[in-house]
Design a protein around this ligand. Structure first.
Ligand SMILES: *[C@@H]1O[C@H](CO)[C@@H](O)[C@H](O)[C@H]1NC(C)=O
Ligand SMILES: *[C@@H]1O[C@H](CO)[C@@H](O)[C@H](O)[C@H]1NC(C)=O
Ligand SMILES: *[C@@H]1O[C@H](CO)[C@@H](O)[C@H](O)[C@H]1NC(C)=O
Ligand SMILES: *[C@@H]1O[C@H](CO)[C@@H](O)[C@H](O)[C@H]1NC(C)=O
Ligand SMILES: *[C@@H]1O[C@H](CO)[C@@H](O)[C@H](O)[C@H]1NC(C)=O
Length: 415
């Protein structure tokens, strides 16, 4: 026991050193249960990458990367489509609870010649992780000596906040602040309010700086499947799609309402039956009968993926008026060039919101993390430029982090 103390004390000072180096802030969400949830990362491509390469960079299904960005998957050979450098994409990730903090821990990166921790952090992963977090998560003693072909854990920031924002279903995007960003601009871009962003991120002022990581709530359609369904945590951002049930079922959200709408996927491989029992309706079908009492609406909906079986649910309701045809979020063709980034245009200030007050959900403090996944794609690596964040001043030393470090310190002593 006593000979562990020097290590513990050393790690305490290591943590302190990290605070001095990692000055960009990141919103962290404390968690207590082991439930995974779904979240999004805001990722900017550092080079031209195939859709499949983006998928393997984050250890996620490439098709789900396309659908969450409302990119049409019906293009031939779409997984080999080359996406352009600097394209901004949302990446769907599983958000776990590790050491009491939400983080995504399913990504691995295989080092290549001329990689540095800084180039992996700032370029390959576009600032979603820091060189220090990589070093700490992988126990790297000497960051200047990076072997080639080593699999590094890449801890990535994510939050879920119970899948809600102001009591409405929401999915959270981890957004890396760019030099040109303002909080008002980000709020406008993602159709939220300054107040909401400040509440979610526990901010005392609207000041942000490059490399900070914000949690941005996006309105979404949440599944209401039984817990034993493997996709019970399915949540689809407004204006996009998700693919589930082994690529058999496609669900969409919006634009008319925020109800999840699911139907057979166009790339359906070999799927279990999608017909509702005791009816001739298929998944997604709605039949209507106008009567003097109103409109009798019968629909065959999706109830989750259970033990490899697609659950369908038949429901009937009497509505005053027959609903119009299902509306779908518009799809875009797989991008081949980068359209001018909205973030770099001067953003209009959003109107003050009527959302009322909510309590802060989190603390904005430096975070660290770790864990496993899959090897990445090809593509060059080069020099890095973002050393500036290491030299910023340290105006507000987060008290929560000091406490957290102290707890860590105490724990490292006792174990
Ligand atoms: C999480 O959200 C559900 C509804 O989606 C609600 O019933 C539950 O109380 C919430 N839990 C917490 C801890 O906020
Ligand atoms: C969902 O997105 C559509 C545009 O695609 C927008 O008109 C609508 O207001 C959005 N709904 C919510 C709840 O944000
Ligand atoms: C039922 O759904 C199937 C599959 O989506 C579709 O091909 C068919 O046209 C639908 N039928 C009706 C009556 O809506
Ligand atoms: C509505 O339609 C369903 C199936 O078509 C039928 O079983 C049910 O009796 C109808 N309900 C009314 C109130 O007409
Ligand atoms: C799924 O299958 C396993 C065994 O194959 C069974 O124990 C379990 O009850 C099934 N789950 C459901 C929800 O049917």
């Amino acid at each position: 026991m006593s000979n562990q103390n020097p290590t513990a004390i050393a790690s305490f000072f290591l943590i302190l050193t990290n605070v001095a180096l990692v000055l960009s802030k990141s919103t962290i969400e404390p968690c207590s249960n082991s439930d995974n949830c779904n979240a999004l990362l805001g990722y900017t491509l550092y080079t031209d990458l195939k859709v499949s390469e983006v998928g393997s960079l984050f250890n996620v299904d490439p098709v789900s990367v396309l659908t969450v960005n409302a990119i049409d998957i019906s293009y031939p050979d779409v997984e080999n489509h080359i996406l352009p450098s600097q394209l901004f994409l949302k990446i769907p990730v599983t958000c776990s609870c590790v050491d009491g903090i939400r983080k995504s821990v399913s990504t691995h990166y295989k080092t290549r010649p001329s990689d540095t921790l800084a180039s992996i952090a700032n370029q390959v992963y576009s600032g979603l992780v820091s060189a220090d977090q990589l070093r700490e998560a992988n126990g790297i003693q000497d960051p200047d000596v990076l072997d080639v072909g080593v699999s590094l854990l890449v801890p990535l920031p994510c939050t879920c906040f119970n899948g809600t924002d102001n009591s409405l279903p929401a999915v959270y995007l981890s957004y890396v602040v760019k030099e040109v960003d303002t909080l008002a601009g980000i709020a406008a871009r993602y159709r939220t309010t300054l107040t909401d962003l400040m509440n979610v991120n526990a901010m005392g002022s609207t000041a942000i700086k490059a490399a900070d990581i914000l949690a941005v709530p996006l309105p979404a359609c949440a599944a209401n499947f039984p817990r034993y369904a493997s996709d019970h945590a399915l949540i689809v951002p407004n204006g996009s799609y998700a693919i589930t049930a082994s690529h058999c079922v496609q669900c969409s959200c919006g634009p008319g309402n925020q109800n999840l709408y699911c139907m057979p996927a166009s790339l359906a491989v070999s799927c279990s039956s999608m017909q509702c029992r005791n009816s001739n309706l298929m998944l997604g079908n709605v039949s209507m009968q106008q009567s003097s009492a109103g409109c009798n609406v019968t629909s065959c909906g999706y109830g989750g993926f259970v033990n490899g079986t697609i659950i369908t649910t038949l429901s009937t309701s009497l509505q005053p008026r027959c609903p119009g045809p299902q509306q779908f979020p518009p799809l875009i063709a797989p991008p081949s060039s980068v359209i001018r980034d909205l973030a770099s245009a001067p953003a209009p200030a959003p109107e003050s919101d009527g959302a009322g007050s909510t309590t802060p959900k989190s603390s904005l403090v430096p975070s660290t993390g770790s864990l496993p996944g899959v090897p990445p794609a090809s593509g060059p690596s080069g020099s890095i430029s973002d050393a500036s964040s290491l030299m910023n001043s340290l105006p507000t030393f987060p008290m929560a982090f000091i406490l957290c470090s102290f707890v860590k310190f105490m724990m490292s002593i006792s174990f």
